[in-house]
Design a protein around this ligand. Structure first.
Ligand SMILES: NC(=O)c1ccc[n+]([C@@H]2O[C@H](COP(=O)([O-])OP(=O)(O)OC[C@H]3O[C@@H](n4cnc5c(N)ncnc54)[C@H](OP(=O)(O)O)[C@@H]3O)[C@@H](O)[C@H]2O)c1
Length: 302
């Protein structure tokens, strides 16, 4: 079965569920809230979860595994390898254990780092697939050249990369290449880590805990933040005119791009999960799409 017929157009992202005390932390996150968030997402019609051993160095995978262990039906789970520690086969075994499963639905090489190790990492993934440890195989944050280097070893099911109104560079060559090669694009950070939701003011940034990595992101600082918030205000007006929430509009821009199979929305509370699920069936007409791209000075995404 092709992967695109298995997963909903919105996936649940678990980066922030990694909690505090690691390099790319989003500040403290309570596991009980994470569990309630995952359950709410699944109850609301999101049928897949994206996680990684890197998120809290095993914390997010463990929370996902513990949540799913109590469910009658397991959703589709995507995880990753190669971002943190361990020899790669052991890394896979560790993920299987934390996720409490025998088979990973989608296994993705997290980053093309080091570049000279790409072929070795992809060959390991091919071996793991051959051994029945995973169903689909993908990569993340790879360039077209890096995708081409992997293809002779094994075909690539998915590419997970950043794509939002503030980060549209994937459209230049990567999305067209993936479309042509039948590689499904899974777009991450579609709300630019919250920046596109109209709530990120200087006061909000100040209120973030000191270990939230967004504090050091230049987009969360002036002068970028002021410019972004002007664009977001114009987007909010457009959303209102369409009877949509701001989130539904910015996410629909991502999911409406030809070649994008799904957007992964990071959520840390049940209400965020419910709002994420409400983005599932939103489509955009050509005029609204053009108006949005005009606000963000994007050359047409078609
Ligand atoms: N492959 C990779 O290298 C990679 C890299 C990054 C992300 N990802 C994946 O993609 C997922 C999504 O990306 P992301 O989490 O970076 O960014 P995102 O989805 O653009 O933003 C997520 C953040 O936005 C805020 N938010 C979400 N829904 C909201 C709502 N309804 N109202 C107000 N705020 C809301 C939450 O943060 P606050 O509540 O704290 O503001 C949340 O953590 C990740 O969780 C991860 O699974 C993959």
């Amino acid at each position: 079965m092709p992967i695109e017929s298995e997963i909903s157009s919105i996936g649940l992202g678990t980066f922030a569920m990694g909690g505090a005390d690691w390099k790319a932390s989003w500040g403290p996150q309570d596991d009980e809230t994470s569990i309630a968030t995952i359950c709410k997402a699944l109850d609301s019609g999101i049928n897949w979860i994206d996680t990684a051993p890197a998120y809290g160095l095993g914390v997010a995978e463990t929370v996902v595994g513990n949540t799913l262990a109590g469910l009658a039906e397991r959703p589709f789970v995507a995880t990753k390898l190669g971002r943190c520690w361990n020899e790669k086969r052991k890394e896979c075994e560790d993920s299987l254990r934390r996720l409490k499963t025998d088979v990973i639905d989608l296994y993705q090489v997290h980053w093309p780092i080091p570049d000279e190790g790409i072929e070795e990492a992809w060959s390991t993934v091919a071996d793991l697939k051959q051994a029945g440890k995973l169903r689909y195989a993908g990569v993340s944050n790879f360039s077209v050249e890096q995708l081409k280097r992997c293809q002779p070893i094994m075909s690539i099911d998915t590419l997970q990369s950043p794509l939002s109104l503030l980060e549209p560079s994937l459209l230049d060559s990567i999305v067209p290449f993936c479309r042509e090669q039948n590689i499904q694009v899974l777009a991450y950070s579609p709300m630019q880590k919250g920046l596109l939701l109209g709530k990120v003011t200087p006061a909000y940034v100040n209120s973030l805990p000191s270990d939230d990595h967004r504090k050091a992101d230049p987009n969360f600082q002036e002068p970028h933040l002021g410019v972004i918030n002007q664009q977001v205000q114009a987007t909010q007006k457009l959303a209102q005119s369409q009877g949509l929430t701001l989130q539904q509009l910015v996410v629909a821009w991502v999911t409406s791009i030809s070649g994008v199979t799904a957007a992964i929305l990071g959520c840390r509370t049940p209400s965020q999960a419910e709002a994420a699920a409400s983005c599932k069936s939103v489509t955009l007409d050509a005029e609204t799409k053009a108006a949005l791209e005009n606000i963000f000075s994007i050359t047409s995404s078609d």
